[in-house]
Ligand binder design. Structure first.
Ligand code: SF4
Ligand code: SF4
Length: 65
């Protein structure tokens, strides 16, 4: 069980942060090759596997296993 973030695809739109019911995501100060501060699953242990983030990410950067 895991929340995977493909940092190279994230464009920091924050939709996952706004919509995750468990506040799993946070933006970081790390910058990807596109120049965006990508998100990380900082509270992965709280994830309830609803897969909302996976469906909502416009850039297919998230994957729930
Ligand atoms: S919804 Fe996708 S592109 Fe937007 S911040 Fe989250 S991971 Fe990044
Ligand atoms: S699957 Fe649901 S609870 Fe888990 S990170 Fe995605 S939106 Fe949040």
């Amino acid at each position: 069980m895991a929340v995977y973030v493909d940092a190279s695809l994230c464009k920091s739109c924050r939709l996952c942060i706004a919509n995750c019911p468990k506040n799993v995501f946070q933006t970081t100060h790390k910058v990807n090759k596109k120049g965006y501060n990508y998100v990380e699953a900082v509270n992965e242990k709280d994830c309830i596997r609803c897969k909302l983030c996976e469906r909502i990410c416009p850039d297919f950067a998230l994957h729930i296993e």
